[in-house]
Design a protein around this ligand. Structure first.
Ligand SMILES: NC(=O)c1ccc[n+]([C@@H]2O[C@H](COP(=O)([O-])OP(=O)(O)OC[C@H]3O[C@@H](n4cnc5c(N)ncnc54)[C@H](OP(=O)(O)O)[C@@H]3O)[C@@H](O)[C@H]2O)c1
Length: 337
């Protein structure tokens, strides 16, 4: 089979196509013929040395895939040849606290990922894809959509009539806009320019703020767009350079969900500002398998269609990574295997 590996972690030139033996499933495992893979920022961060966790060179990248089961090992139950499945971001997190094995298991940074023609995994590491979704759509769900779902469904889940602030128009944020609207929330989205602002509005964002024009967008959201109260939840993907604005935007008793690290500048957090916000700060790591199952059900029932920016052929995988690096995309970038 053909499989991409990052032979080194210096630049996108290190993404190399290899010819390798096709693996065979053992007891409890399934062989997936991969049809589509989607990219997440972390796939890029790993090779650019910007990932927040440990990362090894030489691995097959990418955590998110959809495909068909073409062989099963002994004792596999509940899945059969011909089933359409998607990968679970965390192959061994079935509930409760995130397991200590999560970093070692992490596809593309601690273990081989999915940017290949075939992959063998435990039967517990995949979830069935509903008939209503294509492979290209399904492969966008495991990381970005589950992260958005986890962000909106904390200890005080977002309910109709509440408000959500999303940052930018990447994979996580666009799913957060769609899911928050489906839950009946008011959505405020930030973005970098007018074309992306139009896309956000078309997806249902009630207010859009151009952060290149409104530097103090956190205060703007609180004072101008929420009557001085602040939003109930911030889906914080920007990281160190945006978190202070997010704290300005959140209401007392609201939640800033720490997700991303898109920004590189790190001015630090003002402790007294954070303390005085009376908000909860929750740092998340995608979500467990039940969250993926809930999310798949929600997408299927609500009719949400994943927003796909562009689909690249397998042979042009590097171009897909370049597109992600450009940050010109809206939603998800997909590679058709
Ligand atoms: N902790 C977790 O569970 C978890 C899970 C998934 C993702 N993440 C992290 O969350 C972040 C988003 O992931 P993603 O895959 O959705 O990313 P993505 O698709 O690459 O998002 C890129 C978009 O974000 C906006 N952006 C870029 N740089 C920015 C900056 N410095 N400040 C604010 N916005 C910026 C841009 O949109 P505009 O031009 O519209 O502003 C850009 O198009 C990444 O850091 C990722 O690693 C964490």
């Amino acid at each position: 089979m053909r499989a991409y590996r990052f032979d080194a972690l210096n630049s996108l030139d290190d993404l190399v196509l290899h010819d390798e033996p096709t693996p065979q499933p053992q007891r409890g495992e399934v062989l997936v013929k991969i049809d589509a893979v989607s990219l997440n920022f972390r796939d890029l961060a790993v090779v650019l040395g910007r990932y927040v966790g440990p990362a090894d060179a030489g691995l097959i990248p990418c955590s998110d895939a959809a495909g068909e089961i073409v062989a099963v090992g002994e004792s596999v139950s509940g899945l059969k040849v011909g089933d359409r499945v998607i990968s679970a971001f965390h192959p061994r997190w079935f509930g409760g606290r995130i397991p200590m094995t999560a970093a070692r298991d992490a596809y593309g940074s601690g273990s081989d990922g999915w940017l290949a023609e075939y992959k063998v995994v435990s039967q517990e590491a995949v979830v069935r894809l509903p008939d209503g979704l294509s492979f290209e759509e399904g492969c966008t769900l495991p990381c970005a959509a589950v992260t958005a779902w986890t962000a909106l469904s904390g200890a005080a889940p977002i309910r109709a009539g509440q408000s959500v602030l999303t940052l930018g128009t990447g994979g996580v944020s666009i799913f957060a806009v769609q899911l928050a609207k489906a839950l009946g929330a008011t959505v405020i989205g930030t973005t970098s320019g007018p074309a992306k602002a139009e896309r956000l509005a078309a997806l249902g964002a009630d207010h859009v703020v151009n952060y290149n024009e409104v530097a103090e967008w956190g205060r703007h959201v609180r004072r101008q767009l929420t009557g001085g109260e602040g939003v109930d939840c911030v889906v914080e993907v920007g990281g160190p350079a945006t978190v202070n604005q997010s704290i300005h935007a959140v209401r007392p008793g609201g939640e800033v969900v720490l997700i991303g690290f898109l920004s590189e500048e790190n001015p630090g957090i003002d402790y007294f500002h954070l303390k005085n916000s009376r908000a909860t700060v929750r740092s998340i790591g995608v979500g467990d398998r039940p969250a993926l199952e809930d999310l798949v059900r929600a997408v299927n029932r609500t009719g949400i269609r994943p927003v796909i920016d562009q689909v690249f052929p397998f042979e042009d995988a590097r171009a897909a990574f370049e597109r992600l690096k450009s940050a010109a995309h809206v939603g998800k970038i997909v590679i058709k295997v």
